[in-house]
Write a protein that binds this ligand. Structure first.
Ligand code: A2P
Length: 294
């Protein structure tokens, strides 16, 4: 990968650019301006979701900047309340309307389980996925995938559905690398994408990361983004300022050594959001990911 416009082929041949722009919390009243700035900074790949409430402003920003649709890569996600065979179809129609487009490049199930303890999540995931498979066959979405799925959630789809997920988007950054899920996906040709690749302030002020970043004369944010790129993972950094938006694309002029990759990959748990797919929000606890038993 040499620039943000280089891409990975998904398992259905669609090209997924190697770095995108995350739009969660770009809201707060001025999201259209922030997203127009991101377009000015050069981003053409935007990751949104119905839950983020940024689809409408993204659609507006793209229209106002007059960017041809074929230059863009647009991802959105079906929220927990939009799961189900017919629900997901309605959800996509709404997302397309807000984004002012007639197709998505990628559509994801946002979380595997609608609420903690939901007993029949396996059937709900299958029903949702079958709706997504139809949207895919109709050409309304060029690829389909999942987000925040652990191996046992993906296994359920692989056993019961026809189209294999192309992508799994998970929280991933030094200090929370979810190795088991990454390995599971990469072995099966499922591209891993990273939300929160910079891990916010807990990482930005981490002494070890500052030391390693200093060695390469880059910022901690650039180091974290480069770390994902070198792992073959697609980072989706967010920022509200054009200089940091640009900085976050400038990650192709240095190479992290094998030893530093190892140090970054084994950093003690740092900067985890606290969101666990099976456990709702468990912020502040040390709940760990575990392998499926079924
Ligand atoms: P800001 O909007 O002020 O740039 P993540 O995507 O990992 O969740 O991190 C997002 C946070 O990281 C935002 O608060 C953003 O703040 C900050 N951020 C993004 N890029 C950089 C950067 N290059 N340097 C420092 N902070 C950054």
């Amino acid at each position: 990968m040499k620039s943000i416009y280089d891409s990975y082929p998904l398992n259905n041949g669609v090209q997924n650019p190697c770095i995108g722009f995350g739009t969660f919390k770009a809201a707060d009243g001025q999201s259209t301006e922030i997203l127009k700035t991101a377009i000015d900074a050069g981003y053409r790949y935007f990751d949104t979701a119905s839950f983020y409430d940024t689809e409408e402003s993204l659609g507006k920003a793209i229209k106002e900047k007059n960017i041809p649709r074929e230059e863009l890569f647009l991802t959105s996600k079906a929220w927990k309340t939009e799961m189900g065979y017919s629900e997901v179809k309605q959800a996509l129609a709404q997302s397309l309307e807000k984004l002012q487009t007639d197709y998505l490049d990628l559509y994801l199930i946002h979380w595997p389980i609608p609420e903690e303890g939901y007993a029949d999540w396996k059937q709900l995931d299958i029903d949702t996925w079958k709706g997504m498979e139809e949207l895919y066959r109709e050409g309304k979405v060029k690829a389909i995938g999942v987000s925040n799925f652990l191996p046992h959630h993906i296994e359920n789809l692989l056993r019961n559905c026809e189209v294999k997920p192309a992508v799994n988007q998970i929280e991933f950054h030094p200090g929370y690398t979810q190795e088991m899920t990454v390995q599971y996906c990469q072995e099966r040709g499922i591209l891993v994408q990273a939300w929160s690749p910079i891990g916010r302030s807990a990482l930005l002020n981490n002494p070890m990361l500052l030391e390693i970043a200093g060695h390469y004369q880059v910022s901690v944010a650039q180091l974290c983004i480069r770390y994902a790129v070198q792992r073959g993972i697609v980072p989706l950094p967010k920022s509200s300022a054009i200089e940091r938006m640009r900085q976050n694309q400038d990650v192709f002029g240095f190479e992290i050594s094998g030893e530093d990759m190892y140090r970054l990959g084994t950093l003690a748990q740092t900067g985890w959001s606290g969101l666990h797919p099976d456990g709702g929000s468990t912020r502040g606890t040390s709940k760990k990911l575990c392998l499926p038993t079924d």
